[in-house]
Design a binder for this molecule. Structure first.
Ligand SMILES: [Zn+2]
Ligand SMILES: [Zn+2]
Length: 82
């Protein structure tokens, strides 16, 4: 569990520090290693979250949350003349 206000991990459904509701998953952040040309997802409480696990270089911060973007399935209507 994770309190996004205090940015701490806890086992309780409510934060022992501020008393607000905790969320189940620790939020992740996406970094990009310009060395390996690969995006890396790290938990925000990772002490070395900006360090590339492959080459140990410092990575570039990309975004807070990576949600896969699926292109909308649009049906193309073929309007053929009769
Ligand atoms: Zn808290
Ligand atoms: Zn790297």
């Amino acid at each position: 569990m994770w309190c996004k206000d205090c940015k701490i991990e806890t086992l309780d459904k409510t934060c022992p520090v501020c008393g607000s509701e905790t969320i189940e998953d620790i939020p992740t952040e996406v970094y990009y290693c310009t060395h390996c040309h690969t995006p890396v997802i790290k938990r925000i409480n990772d002490a070395q979250k900006d360090i590339c696990p492959l080459c140990q270089e410092k990575m570039k911060y990309l975004t807070a949350d990576l949600r896969p973007v699926f292109p909308e399935e649009r049906r193309l209507l073929e309007l053929l003349p009769p």
